[in-house]
Design a protein around this ligand. Structure first.
Ligand code: SF4
Length: 211
């Protein structure tokens, strides 16, 4: 049962700290999100700037960029995802342990951006893996990444541990491994993961025209 915020403040003044297991668990997760150390294109430069002294992502408990997906909680898709790179991105995501989160940073990562009509560019990584926060812009400034990070923290904070809206890592039936696409004759196969991208896939002839 949640404790009334006013009562909590009043008890705090008396030196009594009251919380719930749900709050404690989410507080721990929210303040220890470690991103994976990888970048895809120019947006990665803004991501790197976010960790420097001027913006100082360390204030949010996220300064430890891990070189291995096994030790990372957060994948920041910072840049253009080419169709050659998409399978590696999905593979790395599969290698991350739950709970794991994804921020798609910049126009390229969320939609293909200025290269949307390019034959070799994926029109959004959310066609293959679940994205928690999308950041528009080309490139988004470090403030935008910090805002996305705070949005992610807020979402983590509000997650219930039980019931229908519980996070994926607490749902035994949730999908764990996501299909890694393979290069086909004209596009990646499959062109989308239906479980994360329920919209209709492009018609085969349209795909052929786009290359
Ligand atoms: S969104 Fe703009 S800055 Fe970011 S990777 Fe694409 S082209 Fe580069």
């Amino acid at each position: 049962m949640a404790v009334e915020p006013d009562l909590k403040i009043e008890l705090g003044k008396q030196g009594v700290f009251v919380t719930t297991l749900n709050e404690l668990y989410n507080w721990g997760r929210r303040n220890s999100v470690w991103p994976m150390q990888f970048g895809l294109a120019c947006c990665a430069i803004e991501m790197i700037a976010t960790t420097m002294a001027r913006y100082d992502l360390a204030r949010f408990g996220a300064e430890v960029f891990r070189p291995s997906p096994r030790q990372a909680d957060l994948m920041i898709i910072s840049g253009t995802v080419t169709k050659k790179m998409a399978p590696q991105v999905v593979r790395l995501y599969n290698q991350m342990a739950e709970p794991r989160y994804v921020i798609a940073m910049g126009a390229c990562a969320i939609s293909g951006g200025p290269f949307k009509q390019g034959y070799n560019v994926l029109k959004g990584i959310d066609r293959y893996i679940p994205v928690d926060v999308h950041i528009p812009g080309c490139p988004p400034r470090p403030e935008a990444l910090i805002h996305a990070f705070m949005t992610l923290q807020k979402r983590i904070e509000e997650q219930p541990l039980t019931g229908e809206n519980r996070p994926r890592h607490l749902d035994a039936d949730a999908q764990g491994l996501f299909p890694v696409p393979e290069p086909g004759a004209h596009d990646l196969v499959p062109p989308v993961n239906r479980l994360v991208w329920p919209l209709p896939a492009p018609k085969p002839d349209a795909t052929e025209k786009q290359g």
